[in-house]
Design a binder for this molecule. Structure first.
Ligand code: KG4
Ligand code: ZN
Length: 354
């Protein structure tokens, strides 16, 4: 069984072919994964411009799908289904992928499987590592999302917590813009932070109280918040006056201190939730899972807690279609199909079921 995945929820046009093989330890194999990134287009504006994104998806989608099929060496007749990201994301962007997938499904008479973008990020872990020890506590952390999901059964995702304001990647991008480091901010802050002192600036860490087993969980116990930290960085910069020309060391210290606050909040909450729910593994997926400190700190916390930590390779951590194809395979086997009335849903929710 081979499935074509299509992803256009934000600023990456992606298509991939994933094949199911007879190997219980690693049942899914990526045959191809093509991504056309729009980063260069949006960099000029300091962030993703939705109208530019949808127009570029239209330009790129044919070529990207052809490349995915060509790289995999397959034709329509070799495919068993088409999976597409239905949401959440930018509605104009999503519509390009959904319309294209519907057209292909109709022309090639293939089943169409709608996929939730975050289910794709979660399944990137199973795609790369094979079945994770369950239950798993999975942190999906990207430019648009910071959410915790408990996975007890493959393909069922229970929402445990989410950000109340900015996503972690969004905080990276906004802080980078504020100190003139360009877009996207995550990779450059990650790199500069390596040369900085992470205690140079005392930014707040969204600390939490340990949940008490004898009392009911507080509402929002596992939620995140990053807007306070973003404001603290803004205040730190403003306090230095309009003519502030920070030295490279000051920039590095700022990056390291900001990064420590973000990563400590993410790791602390994820592992507290993992312990509370008796998780046998922790997964971290999404664009920010590429962060070197997050990876290192999560590994260390995993070792301390005796819980193995799983992170996708870089190619599967930022937006791609292989993860959508994988989530599509899972749903295909669960009998999920869509007819040609399928519509994009910018605010699609993921909680239990698929
Ligand atoms: O998953 P993704 O490609 O797109 C969304 O679904 O949002 O994630 C993109 C986000 C951006 O905010 C980017 O700054 C962040 O991931 N990012 C990083 C790193 N690489 C990418 N954040 C921190 N450290 C990194 N190394
Ligand atoms: Zn994403």
């Amino acid at each position: 069984m081979r499935i074509l995945g299509i992803e256009t929820s934000c600023d990456e046009t992606a298509a991939a072919v994933v094949e199911e093989v007879d190997d219980a330890a690693r049942p899914w194999v990526v045959r191809s994964s093509a991504v056309a990134s729009q980063v260069e287009i949006h960099r000029e504006w300091g962030g993703v411009v939705p109208e530019l994104a949808s127009r570029q998806h239209i330009r790129d989608i044919c070529g990207v799908v052809e490349r995915a099929l060509g790289d995999a060496g397959v034709a329509a007749a070799d495919l068993g289904a088409i999976a597409v990201t239905q949401g959440p994301g930018l509605v104009g962007s999503l519509l390009v992928g959904v319309s294209f997938a519907k057209s292909l499904a109709a022309a090639w008479r293939l089943p169409l499987v709608p996929v939730h973008h975050l289910a794709g990020h979660i399944e990137s872990l199973f795609l790369h590592h094979g079945p994770l020890p369950l239950p798993a506590m999975v942190l999906v952390v990207s430019g648009g999302h910071t959410s915790l999901y408990e996975v007890r059964t493959p393909g069922r995702y229970r929402a445990i917590g989410r950000t109340r304001d900015d996503a972690a990647g969004e905080a990276y991008d906004k802080v980078a813009k504020l100190i003139g480091l360009g877009y996207p901010g995550g990779p450059v802050i990650d790199r500069l932070a390596k040369g900085g002192d992470d205690r140079a600036v005392a930014f707040p860490v969204a600390r939490m109280t340990h949940p008490d087993r004898n009392e009911p969980l507080k509402k929002g116990q596992w939620d995140f918040s990053f807007s306070g930290l973003k404001t603290a960085v803004l205040r730190h910069v403003r306090a230095r006056g309009a003519g502030w020309a920070p030295s490279p060391q000051e920039i590095a210290d700022l990056c390291a201190s900001f990064q420590r606050s973000v990563v400590e909040a993410l790791v602390e909450k994820t592992f507290m939730a993992a312990r509370w729910y008796g998780a046998r593994s922790v997964g971290i997926a999404g664009g920010v899972s590429a962060n070197s400190r997050l990876r290192a700190d999560a590994e260390a916390a995993g070792a301390r807690n005796g819980i193995p930590v799983f992170v996708p390779p870089l190619s599967l951590s930022t937006d791609n279609a292989a993860m959508i194809a994988a989530a599509g395979l899972r749903r295909y086997h669960a009998g999920v199909r869509s007819d040609l009335r399928l519509n994009a849903d910018a605010a699609l929710r993921l909680d239990e079921g698929e």
